[in-house]
Design a protein around this ligand. Structure first.
Ligand code: SF4
Length: 303
């Protein structure tokens, strides 16, 4: 037992809750000693061992979530639930949670999240290479939902160095990863270092070669660490493109006007093109590269 608290009757309920936390922490201490130490230091102090000093705030789910068993429980519990229920669950569990916004799916997430929580946080990555229509779309969404939208720009020094060394279209010659790393992944890392969980619009049917196994909730091993465990929710993992667009039409959700011109999956202007009927949506992204390489690093631990 981690604590030996002396508690009054009024605190009995809290004692029960902390006992549960204690069990989870014990598991954490075996699996992730450094994360456990951080949790223990940050959230609790036990004084002389006979009395407990209550934390200044109740423990967030951060430490608890790092256990594989908890994540498996949640995955099992949520895998058959609706995106709206998954979003409600996510916002109940975490106070520090944000939605990543770029495409049509993400506006569906924002629309649904606004129905279950009054503290929806949203960010988007401005690579500096988006279509004019996409910038207008971002602004339209900001106004439509009255969002406190965080627009993250890449680091100027790194962009300037890349362009000076390799020009403005290096991705056509040596692949998109370097440019995506500077213009997207760096900003994402900065943002994710400030939250305990994030929400993405990933769907299994978006890419047969890279997203076919996307779970509705997972430990983010690409951007999380034992010192800063991070959880990723993918509430639309089970939805098809058709379901996303049915929702958009049914609830008049704003969408990027480029969709009306044959674009399906929309990224930066030089790396996105419309697709033909029956072509997969991912074929419009980085079309000069192998299908298995078509991720920008936002969901891959390799970048
Ligand atoms: S999508 Fe293209 S332009 Fe945009 S960051 Fe990646 S490589 Fe650079």
């Amino acid at each position: 037992m981690l604590f030996a608290p002396v508690l009054g009757r009024r605190a009995y309920g809290l004692h029960i809750m902390l006992s549960t936390v204690d069990r989870h922490l014990s598991t954490l201490s075996r699996r992730r000693p450094s994360a456990y130490n951080l949790m223990q230091t940050h959230y609790f102090a036990t004084g002389n061992g006979s009395a407990m000093v209550l934390p200044s705030k109740l423990p967030d789910r951060k430490g608890i979530m790092t256990t594989d068993a908890t994540l498996q429980d949640w995955q099992q519990q949520l895998s058959t639930q609706s995106p709206k229920d998954i979003l409600r669950f996510a916002h109940k569990q975490f106070s520090s949670i944000t939605i990543s916004f770029s495409g049509a799916e993400d506006v569906v997430l924002i629309d649904l999240a606004r129905k279950v929580s009054d503290r929806v946080q949203v960010f988007t990555l401005d690579t500096g290479r988006l279509h004019a229509e996409t910038y207008q779309f971002i602004e339209q969404v900001r106004k439509h939902y009255d969002l406190d939208l965080e627009v993250l720009a890449p680091e100027r020094e790194r962009v300037e160095a890349l362009v000076r060394e390799k020009g403005l279209f290096s991705f056509y010659e040596d692949g998109h990863k370097e440019c995506c790393g500077i213009r997207k992944v760096d900003g994402l890392k900065r943002k994710l270092a400030t939250v305990d969980a994030w929400i993405t619009g990933q769907r299994r049917d978006q890419s047969p070669s890279t997203r076919s196994d996307v779970p509705v909730v997972e430990a983010d091993t690409a951007f999380g660490s034992p010192e800063h465990p991070l959880v990723k929710f993918n509430p639309l993992a089970n939805w098809s493109s058709q379901q996303v667009w049915e929702y958009i039409r049914m609830f008049d959700v704003p969408y990027n006007p480029l969709h009306e011109r044959g674009f399906i999956s929309i990224g930066c202007e030089p790396c996105t093109r419309p697709v033909l009927p029956n072509q997969h949506e991912r074929e419009g992204r980085w079309w000069w590269e192998e299908a298995t390489l078509k991720e920008c690093g936002l969901h891959s631990s390799q970048d």
